[in-house]
Write a protein that binds this ligand. Sequence first.
Ligand SMILES: [Zn+2]
Length: 677
Amino acid sequence: MTTQNNPLLQEFDHAPFSKIENKHFKPAIIKAIEMAREEINAIASNADEATFPNTIETLEFSGEKLDRVTSIFFNLNSAETNEEIQQIAQEVSPLLSEFRNDIILNKALFEKVKSVYNKKDQLDLNTEQKTLLDRKYKAFSRNGANLPIEKQNELRDIDKKLSKLSLDFGQNVLAETNKFELHLTDENDLKGLPESFKEEAAQVAASKEKEGWIFTLEYPSYLPFMKYAENRELRKKMALAFGSKGFHGDELDNQENVLQIAKLRYQRAQLLGYKTHAHFVLEERMAETPEKVNSFLDEILEKAKPAAEREFKELENFAKDLDGIDQLQKWDAAFYSEKLKQKLFNLDDEKLKPYFKLENVIDGVFTVAQKLYGLSFKEVFDVDKYHEDVKIYQVLDENNKEMALFYADFHPRPGKRDGAWMTGYKSQYKKDGEEERPHISIVCNFTKPSKKQPSLLTFNELTTLFHEFGHALHGMLGDTEYPSLSGANVYWDFVELPSQLLENWCYEKEALQLFAKHYETGEVIPMELIQKIKESANFQEGMATVRQLSFGMLDLSWHGVDPSAITDVKANEDKAFARTKLFPNVEENCMSTAFSHIFQGGYSAGYYSYKWAEVLDADTFEYFQQNGIFSREVANKFKTNILSQGGTDHPMTLYKKFRGKEPKPDALLKRAGLIEK
Ligand SMILES: [Zn+2]
């Protein structure tokens, strides 16, 4: 195939979905990699002295075609995939990582970048340029570009070992999950389980040609079982199996993997000149240092612990009154919490859903964006889409300037992965005096309309839509020079601020009145329901907070120290959990050996970010509340200092410009009902 008839290799503004066929992807990606390589080689071999424009800026704008083609391809692989696309992904992924590695290992290129970096103080750069230079330089230095060759080899060697160990870790967890099943044949043992859930378990058994019901350690099976099963012994059996993954001293045991991973990460950090792995990770986070994260976790723990203990006592008393339980155990927590929650709130989704018709909610979130930021949304029908369900909007500001193109894809279908996410098809940037506006997309999996009923959202789906739309606003309002610093391209303990912030409007009467109307009667959602939603959102918030903190502390017990002296995984864990403990210790269980977030995924030294982001969003929302949740003044400050700025400056600097001070956890603790208002 020639490049001329490949639509991906032509010039285009919005993605030309109707012209793209699967056969176009691989040749387009190969060609785009080639183009990017040429651009980069031209920078590296430039005979002129390295300057900010000829090196850093040129590097930033290189590979534009590759970015556009791969964003289309990988977005489709998530939202509208098939076997052919998956196969192509398998083929192009190694090519892409090879390309990226070659850049990082390109010595001539690094020398150019470094020579600009070394004279940065004489260059009279603005803040955004300084940040870009710093990011480009660190992309090399954090991968060992400054080390002598033998140390670089050592680093590659550690990286190889680490990727194998993480893989082994994950495979063991998966094998342990698959190995266990709870096979029941006596219906009495199923007491308390909802009918539909029982049916699913019967289907699992039937698919294995067994009688009765099978429950597994996968979340959709495990969580409802722990929540509803009345048989305490069976709950215990499930909890022990779930909590001892990778901790049986057999060939699937992960204890040695945990110790090795922690030690190698520490060695890697030391090689690169950092005190610990956490120091290395946090250099590129808003939180900056493990010391700051530790004091952050300590401060919240001190304030949340009394509430957690109170809630634990309440739950203990409830279980005692109800079933004569003397010692509340971990496997009782979900079960009695659910019962207590029902007793206190009796709030079920079916009562709320009629008020959240999808079309009304979309109007609602658009109205909120209009009131806050003056944006308007006009559906357009002449732009290519990848599926007929997708809706596309032109986003305009108050002066009718086009700010973005917004793609929204709401319903599940085969070929779309689970969950909800925000992504983009084109970056925002400014180049040669021209401004390019972004193409932003959100993808969700909300219940489809039927012949009888429109799409009615659960409350959880409502907050999910606001959440993703919050990310989308970050992208749409981006106003930066460089694409890699625009919109949601920020440190990842800062990236959830715009999204979590917008969820707050889902709990406010003033906002709900705008759109939460019964789909048949038009009646506005009753205030008492809103009140109940708020109260139930805070149910057992103390216990939940302490649990989150305990995971953050466990994470740092592995990554914020020199781990060479640690030999006993369980003992280290018990020590890390000592201050957050509410339930009796379970000897047979160990969390670290199945803590995939930090030992397999990318969350090492980052688990604290969940709470960190909550502190930011609560602190920001409090500012709105003090001035009115639709205050244009506060919204403007937020837009000017945070949303439009992307990653152009350190998040703490941006935040202080917006808020006038550093974030404090008090607003979060108040919102969660953990301290007095
Ligand atoms: Zn998010």
